[in-house]
Write a protein that binds this ligand. Structure first.
Ligand SMILES: Cc1cc2nc3c(=O)[nH]c(=O)nc-3n(C[C@H](O)[C@H](O)[C@H](O)COP(=O)(O)O)c2cc1C
Length: 209
């Protein structure tokens, strides 16, 4: 039975070891992945791509470049979140295509394209800056996937402990197009969930009235 959102938040933790014998069904994986596709993105650019890896030999190679973390190979499905680079540039046809989906008149389209190029001039000024912007957005999609998985009683572990360029090389990425943002394994826990450590409500929230 599906968990409520609150139950899912309590169930989710950074799972360190998955049960290698338990595989996620295609149907459940689709449910998880769809939550990424439906996530918000700045200007609706959807500047991301997600690789879904189940190949053991490839998982093994990636693990070595991820501080040898066992989650990478013990998981059922290894999702690799990629952040878009070149497609975001104003000279690319993609921003125009994304805006055009909204069926707006030419005048409004020009307005948005101008706003996009001007408002984001600094953000779009280098591949490094674009990566910083698009990678933040993939994290929203990754968070949604972790929560969606937890609703189904499926575990996950967000991983940033990797050698970025080595993983990109293993995956044969053209880094002018996509760069590695997050490694995100999914599967079923082998061990019991550790105690949750969190700051208090009062420490984290400040209400301004
Ligand atoms: C951006 C980011 C990177 C992380 N990288 C790793 C990682 O490389 N390996 C790992 O085991 N956990 C990683 N974590 C998980 C955190 O250590 C974990 O979320 C935190 O300690 C709180 O524990 P909990 O998620 O189990 O409540 C990462 C979390 C985030 C948000």
């Amino acid at each position: 039975m599906e968990k409520t959102f609150q139950e899912a938040l309590d169930f989710r933790h950074a799972c360190k070891v998955f049960d290698e014998n338990q595989k996620i069904s295609d149907e459940d994986m689709k449910y998880i992945l769809e939550s990424a596709r439906k996530s918000p993105s700045s200007f609706g650019m959807e500047a991301w791509k997600f690789l879904v890896i189940t190949n053991d030999a490839l998982k093994e190679k990636i693990r070595v470049a991820c501080w040898n973390q066992v989650q990478v190979t013990s998981c059922s499905h290894l999702v690799i979140a990629l952040a878009g680079i070149d497609s975001l540039k104003p000279e690319s046809t993609i921003p125009k295509q994304r805006f055009q989906r909204r069926n707006m008149p030419q005048e409004q389209l020009d307005f948005y394209l101008n706003l996009y190029a001007e408002h984001l001039a600094e953000t779009l000024s280098s591949d490094k800056n674009i990566y910083a912007w698009t990678s933040k957005q993939t994290y929203i999609a990754c968070a949604n996937m972790m929560s969606a998985a937890a609703v189904l009683g499926i575990d996950s572990c967000p991983i940033e402990g990797f050698d970025k360029s080595v993983v990109e090389e293993i995956l044969g990425l053209d880094i002018t197009q996509y760069q590695l943002s997050m490694v995100l394994p999914f599967g079923y826990r082998l061990n019991t969930q550790p105690e949750r450590l969190r700051l208090s409500y009062e420490e984290v929230f400040e209400f301004i009235k």
